[in-house]
Design a protein around this ligand. Structure first.
Ligand SMILES: Cc1cc2nc3c(=O)[nH]c(=O)nc-3n(C[C@H](O)[C@H](O)[C@H](O)COP(=O)(O)OP(=O)(O)OC[C@H]3O[C@@H](n4cnc5c(N)ncnc54)[C@H](O)[C@@H]3O)c2cc1C
Length: 472
């Protein structure tokens, strides 16, 4: 630990804030997490993280990083009842290219509900002596030096007695999520707000939790992707959570939002491009009401582009880069950003943190590039997407990814590229690597040739619904 650095403050005690605090605890004598919520001593819902009622997948890269930060973390997840699953087998996956056939990728992870996952991480943080929590306190602004050149703390207001207090630190990290007020706080100090890129496919979620019926299949997931190319903007996911519940999220893009009333929810489930989710839940017993969520646009706040910025202040997690969650990347992106923060702080060991915020925001943009590319390029398939229209190259990429989805059942290397890219184990562009492109084109050609000659090999058969795959 670098003893010259006394205090760091983290605004927000959700996933990005907790993981940043873990990393900062190696470099500061004290780390203070300031959180507006009262934090429960169990894995239950709290108001500050409304999205936690919805399906959350922790990608393999995210779990890997948590395991390095908290050794034994995966075992703890398993002990909480989180089943270990293997990507590519034991699930039903209806892609734009049809049902994926099982392919054992050998890549494993555990499935735990968002609230339980946050609680497990928080419990680990409680064990770190130099991290403390201040809860039920809103951060309402930044405190700067008289010349405004550096942030030296935050102003907070208590939710219980409205007392205002100032807390000082050498580094303030904003991890307050999509609703971050950092752009306004910077303007109050005389700086520009960061430019923003917003790409909005007008996506909405409706989620309900179910008891797993006794006669349910052993599949750990059913994923039905929308097919924007066929004007089918609806999809959904069903995941086994904590080993004993199903979480079912229906999603609609292009403004085709799923309803939150009983009848509408079931009708929407029935109308998906595949019947699997509807068939699974039609007789299952719900254990919650239906929750809706609509603010799901991709929003990049370009802190890296600021030409003037104060020292002592950085922004991470959804506050810097919020992603359409359909692709399940937000927590993993936050973990990757925290890991990067640790690497960068090590480079500043033994010297002042002057220049750290600029370097951090530049590196964050680089780390967020993969998740951002994946989410925004997929969102650009929707005709009413706002923010950026797909160009000819993007159209070509969409067509290629459809072919890749169809090639997955027949080619292990293609499967591995897909699973690694999707799980952010590698940059998603791994799916466009020339060697993978060559294999996809070869498989496409083989499928066509075999279909023309009536050969059954390379004909996509369906695990649940023969004859429903869009042909090549
Ligand atoms: C519907 C939905 C589904 C999602 N599904 C997935 C998924 O499948 N996989 C995945 O990886 N990610 C998913 N995400 C994204 C994921 O939830 C976030 O990326 C992740 O929680 C990290 O966010 P964060 O910590 O930056 O912000 P948040 O989780 O939003 O947390 C912000 C925290 O800051 C606190 N706070 C806010 N303002 C203040 C203030 N002024 N003072 C003090 N405290 C404050 C809040 O109370 C909260 O605790 C989903 C998101 C949504 C909306």
């Amino acid at each position: 630990m670098n003893s010259q650095r006394e205090q760091a403050i983290v605004i927000g005690g959700s996933m990005a804030g907790l993981l940043a605090a873990r990393v900062l605890s190696d470099h500061f004598q004290q780390v203070t997490i300031i959180e507006r919520d009262q934090l429960p001593d169990e894995g239950v819902y709290r108001n500050g993280v409304p999205q936690s009622r919805h399906l959350h997948t922790l990608l393999v890269q995210g779990q890997r990083i948590m395991e390095t930060m908290f050794p034994g973390f995966s075992d703890e997840m398993a002990a909480e009842g989180a089943p270990e699953v293997t990507w590519g087998i034991g699930n039903v996956f209806l892609t734009t290219g049809g049902y994926a056939q099982p392919q054992d990728s050998g890549i494993k992870s555990n499935l735990l509900a968002r609230v339980e996952l946050e609680w497990l991480v928080r419990k680990r943080i409680y064990q770190i002596e130099n991290i403390r929590f201040i809860t039920e306190r809103d951060v309402r602004g930044l405190i700067a030096t008289a010349d405004g050149k550096a942030v030296i703390g935050v102003e907070t207001e208590s939710r219980t007695d409205h007392r205002v207090e100032q807390i000082f630190a050498q580094l303030v990290v904003d991890a307050s999520g999509r609703g971050s007020k950092a752009p306004e706080w910077l303007q109050t100090l005389g700086y520009d707000a960061p430019p923003e890129t917003v790409i909005n496919a007008h996506t909405g979620y409706a989620t309900r939790w179910y008891e797993i019926p006794a006669d349910a299949s052993n599949d750990w997931a059913i994923v039905i992707q929308p097919r924007p190319g066929e004007k089918l903007y609806r999809g959904g996911g069903l995941l086994v959570m904590d080993g004993n519940r199903w979480v079912v999220t229906l999603l609609g893009a292009n403004g085709d939002y799923p309803p939150t009333d009983e009848e509408g929810f079931m009708a929407f489930a029935k109308s998906l491009p595949g019947p699997d989710i509807y068939e699974a839940i039609k007789d299952a017993k719900p254990i919650t009401s239906i929750y809706g969520y609509r603010k799901l646009e991709n929003r990049m706040r370009h802190y890296e582009r600021l030409t003037r910025r104060p020292e002592g202040f950085v922004v991470t997690g959804d506050a810097a880069c919020a992603l359409n969650p359909i692709y399940g990347q937000g927590m993993t992106a936050s973990a990757m950003e925290a890991e990067m923060m640790g690497k960068l702080l090590r480079r500043y060991n033994g010297r002042s943190l002057a220049g750290f915020p600029a370097a951090f925001q530049k590196d964050l943009r680089r780390v967020a590039d993969g998740p951002w590319l994946m989410a925004t390029s997929e969102d650009m398939r929707y005709p009413d997407v706002e923010g950026q229209r797909p160009n000819a190259v993007m159209h070509l990429m969409h067509r290629y990814l459809d072919l890749l989805a169809k090639a997955i059942p027949y080619d292990k290397k293609v499967t591995m590229a897909f699973v690694k890219g999707m799980n952010l184990l590698e940059h998603p562009s791994v799916m466009m690597h020339p060697a993978i492109v060559a294999r996809v084109l070869l498989r496409t050609w083989q499928m066509r040739r075999n279909r023309q000659s009536g050969n059954q090999q390379y004909q996509q058969s369906l695990p649940h619904q023969a004859g429903n795959v869009s042909g090549l």
